[in-house]
Design a protein around this ligand. Sequence first.
Ligand code: NAD
Length: 414
Amino acid sequence: MTRNPLDTVRGQLDFIGELAKIEPSVIEQLKNSRKVIEVSLPVRMDDGKVEVFTGYRVHYCSWRGPYKGGIRYHPTANLDEVKALAAWMTFKTAVVDLPYGGSKGGVICNPQELSIFELERLTRRYTSMICDDIGPFKDVPAPDVGTNAQIMAWVMDTYSTLKGYSVPEVVTGKPISLGGSYGREGATGKGLTICAKEAADRIGLTLKGATIAIQGYGKVGFSVAKNLAAMNAKIIAVTDIGGGVYDPKGLNISKLKAYEGEKGSVASFPQTKPISNEELFALKCDILVPAALENVITEQNADTIDAKMVVEGANGPTTPEADKILHEKGIFVIPDILANAGGVTVSYFEWIQNLNRDRWRLEIVNKRLEERMVNAFQVVYNLSKERAESLRTAAYILAVESLAEAHLKLGLFP
Ligand code: NAD
């Protein structure tokens, strides 16, 4: 049975609460969402029939600032998953010290089976139904699995139309022409690469020539592949929803992306061997990057992992039981709430630029991203050494202590 990610979140909070001696009522509040919105979305399909979809938006915690979190379009999206993802956003924005809380949205649908017109109508209907609950100072959505810059453009346009004026700062991850930030598209992968480099320096691994295996070749998987390949690392295996490819000599990242764009999957890319997810996880390599969905490294396969480092691109890819096994095996794990925070960091930069009606050059965005990620990595790493805990535990201690401190200063209403 698949593990409920919300149980994982609550377990993590109980553990950190005891370890860091956090006031139990703070932990209790952090185990629950502040507000849950469920919407039913009637959408006219291209054949004239009406189909009804279900969507969610979860406001998890806003102690450190407005709610912030992506929108996922996926057939298995569900409320507990959205809540867990919203919780992880809350911890992530605290770890990288962004003035945000955490939220998330989801619509149960398969975007690959919808036409572009159906996707647009679905997105506009969803936005119109959560319109009063999002806003530049309330809750700022962004892309996640199954959504992209075009979908964010429709969110912005629908919200702006309903308000009667243009509001680019209501959503991040927009196209550049609508106020999107340079560097947002590849920001999560860049952040993962910065963390991998920081970790590699500390465990004596050289990224040049290092072998990399990646699960997922979407926005995150491709951008981390591109960034690591630019540092002369060798991407030897990639899987996606349609299959996987392996080449011990190293895959050509851009040709693989062009092929995937055309065929819909990396599967059967010429001159490579096919590889399954399980084989990819068990592959001997230097760095393993899960960049698809949660709960993929479990107690069933954790023992087979033969990598020096796991860099979590996806949110919640490792179950707590598997995490323990990886720790015992001495594998260096960079946890999701630190490793993949580059995306929300550049989303924050986009929001600042929009609020100021400004545009930063790519070099400035990348420099500021690097500064923030290196700093966050150092803080988490030093805390992990100081307390003799894993990087994940240290990241959670940092997040929960910072949230508890904010809560203490805010006090309780009424
Ligand atoms: P995406 O939709 O662009 O890509 C998802 C990829 O996962 C696709 O290549 C898909 O084929 C693959 N996939 C799906 N099921 C799979 C399976 N069973 N086996 C192998 N591959 C499979 O999504 P994304 O934005 O790249 O997000 C990936 C992960 O990263 C998610 O967990 C997301 O929450 C997390 N994340 C994304 C961002 C961001 O900026 N987009 C930021 C932080 C974290």
